[in-house]
Design a protein around this ligand. Structure first.
Ligand SMILES: N[C@@H](CCC(=O)N[C@@H](CS)C(=O)NCC(=O)O)C(=O)O
Length: 209
């Protein structure tokens, strides 16, 4: 039974297509028309009570939360390659960067864009400028988070960075972030994923680009 990705190309599920392409496993896409309420159908709520995408189905088991999906796929299908092995000293930093997108970058960018009144000491994502400096310091010259070693953390964090740059929610002097995003977009798996997502957009009459 192949993996099923419950998907819509204009959601975080588009990044999971990239994850799957990097891992190189067989999978099928199940498009859910969110505008027609399919995310809230009884069938989908059984898979994910939040009614959210992405949701991955593997041998009858459901995994949601984009970061968890990436970590799951790398551990299960690419351990020692896209995920450092359990006894690899890089395992800790790897896990940190796998969750840094949804736990720090997403809320940090959202807080800044929406001008949420919040104290950096009290919120888990801290100060926006610290977050940008932390990202820039981690990526540095690259090409990837761990130098020449590409991992699922690059897909997870890089996907978030690219998304935030695209929607101008990550701003400031961030040439390092822009060139990292551009390098990620040049990967074969990233290009294949882009083509797959674009095709779904065209087939479903959704905006592309
Ligand atoms: N924390 C989740 C967020 C998932 C999420 O918010 N997905 C959005 C699309 S990007 C969604 O399904 N929205 C439809 C809805 O909430 O009804 C993750 O990281 O995967």
């Amino acid at each position: 039974m192949s993996i099923i990705l419950h998907h819509h190309p204009l959601t975080r599920a588009r990044h999971v297509v990239w994850m799957l392409e990097e891992v190189g496993v067989d999978y099928t896409l199940n498009f859910l028309d969110l505008m027609q309420g399919e995310g809230r159908s009884a069938e989908h709520l059984q898979r994910n009570r939040m009614g959210k995408l992405p949701t991955l189905e593997d041998q009858g088991v459901f995994v949601s939360e984009a970061s968890a999906i990436g970590m799951y796929l790398a551990d299960r299908y690419a351990l020692g390659h896209l995920a450092p092995a359990f006894d690899d000293p890089l395992r800790g930093p790897y896990l940190r960067w796998c969750v840094f997108g949804p736990s720090v970058v997403e809320p940090g960018c959202m807080a800044k864009a929406a001008d949420w009144p919040c104290s950096p000491q009290r919120v888990g994502w801290g100060a926006y400028d610290d977050m940008v400096a932390t990202l820039e310091g981690a990526i540095g010259e690259g090409p990837w988070l761990f130098g020449e070693r590409f991992t699922m953390a690059d897909v997870l964090l890089g996907g978030t960075i690219r998304w935030m740059l695209k929607f101008k929610m990550l701003q400031g002097s961030n040439d390092i972030l822009r060139s990292y995003g551009a390098r990620l977009g040049e990967r074969d798996a990233s290009k294949r994923a882009e083509a797959i997502n674009q095709k779904v957009c065209v087939d479903r009459g959704l905006p592309t680009g």
